[in-house]
Structures are given as structure tokens and as C-alpha cells.
Design a protein around this ligand. Structure first.
Ligand code: GUN
Length: 285
């Protein structure tokens, strides 16, 4: 194996340590950053995620509340809770865990969160600011990928970056962030012609398609940096997860690669904490 392994656990811990220091400073000024997470229903994976988010926020010294609503909550019920949190001065960040149960309109609920409390970076105002290069709250997973690249000392200027996947949560904001760092960015998707050939062009390859081990070693340019956003259950196992990249074959070719688990995953929560502090500071001004 040739590639350097990018240690998302260690790097996320650095981010969390920095956030804890910021929280301590804010508390000295009499302000405790507050995060509210809303979970509707009982999706087991979501339950694990939100529990981790709440626990991590508390560990870093924040005020943290988890609101659990029943799966049969109405649109009006969820919106009423968002409104209440929007108006609550102790809450600086609001996250509505996705996916919501069927029958609820997720986009409308995301947009109801005030832009300056939108620690998910999903609100059109934050998405627009991101593309304009304004100071925005940025979606946590792509923001975490950028921190990994930065901490690994990857200079993106003039590099070819290929993002596989065009979701609103990862692919699109990832493209905007790479572009802002002067990479030449290609965004691929299910209708891209000759996807392996496009991937082989990449100096930096970001995989965010949600398909188990789809990207093989012979899709990777020798020496490329590979960031694997996938979190895919392995069929026939109880709780094993693997990425969108076939790690073993890709690691033979890449210069550096994130493992799954232990790569991008831990960064997402760390960036949520960082966004909550950022939102808090914005609201103090
Ligand atoms: N579900 C999976 N990832 C995310 C995320 O980043 N934010 C929210 N709100 N829900 C998610």
C-alpha cells in the first residue's frame, strides 16, 4: 500500500479542541453557545447521529438540547418547534436531522430555520452566500473535507478536482469550496459519460455518491488525494460500513486517502460544533 492514510479521527479531535477553547472564551464573556437538534421519528441511524451530536456539544462545554418528536408529527408541529427555537436567545444553532418521515416537507422545514442559526448550511441564503464567496454557514460534511485537505497541506491552486455526486448536502457545496480555493472543478453524476476516465484526471477526487465501493483503484490517478464521503452498510454484515471508494485497490495508487470509517465521518460532527460557535459569534454582533 502506497497511500498516506488521512486520519479523520485525529484531525476532528484537533478541530474539537479548538472549538472547546472558543467555547471557554465565549463563556468568559457570559455567552454559552447553544445547539438544538430536532429528531422526528425513530430512524436508528439518525438516532445514533443525533445522540452523538448532543453528547459532543456538551463535551465541548456548549448548551445542547435534543428535541424528539413522534414520527406522526405534522408539518405544523415541526414548524412550530423551529419557530420556538428561532426565537430562543439561548439557541444559536438549529439542526433538523434528515431524513424526515414521509409526509413532511423537508425543504420547507430547512428553510424555516433562520439563516444565522442554520448550522447545517442548507438555507438558500447560506448556499447563495457560499457561491458568492461571502461569509456563510457552510454544510458540515464538505466543510470537513476542506479541513482534511488543509491539514494535509494539499495546495488546491490550479489542481484538477473531481467531485462524484451532485447532492445539495455534499456535492454542490464541495464544488463551491474547491472552486474558492482555485481548483478546476468537475462535478460528475449518474449521467456522466465515461466516469472512470473523468476520475482518472483528478488530482483531488471526492466521492459522494452513496454507492458501496463503486470507485476502483484503476479510476484513481497515481498520487491523487482521495476523499471518501460514502457511509454504506456492507450487505450481510451487522453494522460494517464502507465508503464509495474501493479502499484496498485505491490505496495502492493514491498519494493520500481517507478510510471509512475514521475519515470524513468524524469531521462532520466536529464542523457542526465549529458552525455553532461561528453562528453564536455572528449573533453577538
Ligand atoms: N443526515 C445525514 N447527514 C446530515 C446532515 O449533515 N445534516 C442533517 N440535518 N441531517 C443529516
Amino acid at each position: 500500500m502506497a497511500a498516506q492514510i488521512i486520519d479523520g479521527k485525529a484531525i476532528s479531535q484537533q478541530v474539537k479542541d479548538e472549538v472547546a477553547l472558543e467555547v471557554a472564551k465565549l463563556k468568559e464573556q457570559g455567552v454559552t453557545p447553544g445547539l438544538a437538534v430536532i429528531l422526528v421519528g425513530e430512524d436508528p441511524a439518525s438516532n445514533v447521529y443525533v445522540t452523538n451530536k448532543e453528547r459532543t456539544a456538551k463535551e465541548l462545554g456548549m448548551h445542547s438540547v435534543l428535541h424528539r418528536l413522534p414520527a406522526d408529527s405534522s408539518q405544523a408541529d415541526v414548524e412550530a418547534l423551529v419557530d420556538q427555537l428561532n426565537a430562543d436567545p439561548a439557541i444559536h444553532g438549529i439542526l433538523v436531522q434528515s431524513p424526515l418521515p414521509k409526509g413532511l416537507d423537508e425543504e420547507t422545514i430547512f428553510r424555516r430555520v433562520l439563516p444565522y442559526k442554520d448550522v447545517d448550511g442548507f438555507h438558500p441564503e447560506n448556499v447563495g452566500k457560499l457561491w458568492l464567496g461571502d461569509n456563510a454557514l457552510v454544510a458540515c460534511t464538505p466543510a470537513g473535507c476542506m479541513v482534511l485537505l488543509e491539514k494535509m497541506g494539499v495546495d488546491l491552486k490550479g489542481k484538477k478536482a473531481v467531485v462524484v455526486g451532485r447532492s445539495n448536502i455534499v456535492g454542490k457545496p464541495m464544488a463551491a469550496l474547491l472552486l474558492a480555493k482555485h481548483a478546476t472543478v468537475t462535478v460528475c453524476h449518474s449521467r456522466t459519460a465515461d466516469l472512470p476516465a473523468v476520475c482518472r484526471e483528478a488530482d483531488v477526487l471526492v466521492a459522494a455518491v452513496g454507492r458501496l465501493q463503486m470507485i476502483k483503484g484503476d479510476w484513481v490517478k497515481p498520487g491523487a488525494v482521495v476523499i471518501d464521503v460514502g457511509i454504506n452498510p456492507v450487505p450481510g454484515t451487522k453494522s460494517k460500513i464502507r465508503g464509495d471508494v474501493d479502499f484496498d485497490s485505491a490505496a495502492e495508487v493514491a498519494g493520500a486517502i481517507t478510510p471509512v470509517p475514521g475519515g470524513v465521518g468524524p469531521m462532520t460532527i466536529a464542523m457542526l460544533m465549529s458552525n455553532t460557535v461561528k453562528a453564536c459569534k455572528m449573533q453577538m454582533k
